[in-house]
Design a protein around this ligand. Structure first.
Ligand code: PLP
Length: 426
């Protein structure tokens, strides 16, 4: 398709009339769709329903350690659940603590503990004048909300196709001891679907931060969420790399089964070095007597082992692949070559990230909303909700069904064109 940027004013005006006509027609259809929610569709939840039947009232609900899972006991997770999530996270089982149902909750607690009690003997962050986190952008809004909630200043670091700009990360953490952390989604990142390259992971492991309480918040939320069995991204394992680089305590690795079993009713875990685990356990002892062991047991009985989980993920992929492919096909058909936007075709994860021409994202989302399609708010993928280019839009193709998704993506493409033409005419 011809680039809109090469069109004459007359040609653009012609397009504008035609696009406005199309938009009016869609408006009259009174559609009401939602492309903002990064959650599984009901058909994805259905494939885990047998998990509801794996525990029976007549069963002996005693775990490997000989503890009755119906009762108190075992602070940091039953052994068999630790093994399942350790295999999923590619870490030794002894580096694992199972928490409750949400990895975001563990991240919040980890920051909260650092604010009130410090990290391994260093000054609590609440006693410091300034605490900063690096935020690769675009990124996950809820990470940014945690930082904002605790008054942590956020510093944007641009993402590249191989991960965050590591020249910038290395320089900033080395020079500034108020930088205490960085938010990372290293595989099939939210929202771009980018997987960090081997070189990026190794550079992370070799960081030389000025702050000895600096930690990498490695949120591997989409570690096993491939769309294609034979075309996957690979991420090297950060705990091992940090150990090799002489920085064994520098990383907290988070995961959960939220988008494997049930969001909100899955298992979440942290993997980190033994000294970090010791500190976390000390805090946990005060915080809880233990998390839900029956849910841990249920997950183990349902998946059996990591191979069982991989098979299960293939079922998710079968449902998600047509959705992602449909969105990408429509984007290419409607916008390919127009110069009105760019996007990345991810090989996994939950999102497609779209970059419009600068200064157009808010208007595109407004136009979509007026015609009945809700998108993630513009700016949500940046700290403080401020995208300096007003360009990034997160598309979440998982929740709507295929026919809804087709309609919503076509309308989205139409709004991109309409807003783009208007901007080029200015
Ligand atoms: N981390 C990322 C990158 C996510 O995209 C999400 C959910 O969308 C979460 C964490 C939330 O995970 P959980 O349900 O385990 O709290």
């Amino acid at each position: 398709m011809q680039s809109y940027k090469e069109l004459s004013k007359e040609e653009l005006l012609q397009k504008k009339i035609q696009l406005e006509e199309e938009y009016k027609k869609v408006m009259s259809e009174n559609i009401s769709l939602d492309m903002s929610r990064g959650k599984p569709g009901a058909d994805q939840l259905d494939i885990s329903m047998e998990m509801m039947d794996v525990l029976k009232s007549t069963d002996n609900l005693v775990c490997e350690q000989g503890v009755d899972c119906r009762n108190y006991g075992i602070l940091d997770g039953i052994k068999e659940a630790k093994k399942l999530l350790a295999d999923m996270s590619e870490v030794p089982v002894d580096n694992m603590i199972i928490f409750g149902n949400s990895s975001l909750n563990i991240m919040f607690d980890t920051v909260s503990r650092s604010v009130t009690h410090g990290v391994m003997g260093s000054k609590p962050w609440c006693k410091l004048d300034k605490v900063k986190f690096l935020c690769p952008v675009p990124g996950y809004d809820r990470h940014f909300s945690i930082s904002e909630y605790f008054g942590i200043e956020m510093v944007n670091v641009p993402m590249t196709v191989t991960g965050p700009d590591m020249d910038m990360v290395e320089k900033l953490v080395k020079e500034d001891d108020s930088i205490k952390g960085i938010w990372c989604v290293p595989k099939y990142s939210n929202p771009q679907g980018i997987t960090y390259s081997d070189e990026t992971v190794r550079r992370f492991a070799r960081l030389q931060p000025a702050a000895k309480d600096f930690r990498i918040y490695w949120d591997n939320a989409y570690g096993v969420h491939h769309l294609y069995e034979d075309d996957q991204d690979y991420l090297i394992e950060i705990l091992e790399e940090c150990k090799k680089a002489g920085n064994p305590d520098m990383v907290y690795k988070f995961c959960s089964t939220s988008k494997i079993s049930f969001p909100g009713s899955g298992l979440a875990a942290i993997a980190t070095s033994e000294p970090n685990l010791e500190e976390i356990r000390k805090h946990m002892t005060i915080q809880t007597i233990g998390h839900d062991k029956l849910n841990q047991l249920r997950h183990v009985l349902f998946y059996k082992d990591f191979d069982g989980m991989i098979d299960h993920m293939k079922k998710h992929a079968e449902i998600l692949r047509p959705k992602f492919e449909m969105v990408l096909t429509i984007l290419e058909r409607e916008l390919g070559g127009t110069g009105l936007g760019e996007w990345i075709s991810p090989k996994g994860g939950y999102f497609i990230s779209f970059d419009s021409m600068e200064g157009c994202a808010k208007e595109i989302i407004k136009k979509c909303k007026e015609a009945g399609v809700v998108m993630t708010p513009a700016g949500a993928t940046y700290p403080y909700g401020k995208d300096p280019h007003d360009s990034n839009i997160r598309i979440a193709p998982t929740f709507p069904n295929l026919s809804e998704l087709k309609k919503a993506t076509e309308l989205f493409a139409l709004c991109v064109k309409l807003v783009g033409v208007n901007q080029l005419l200015e």
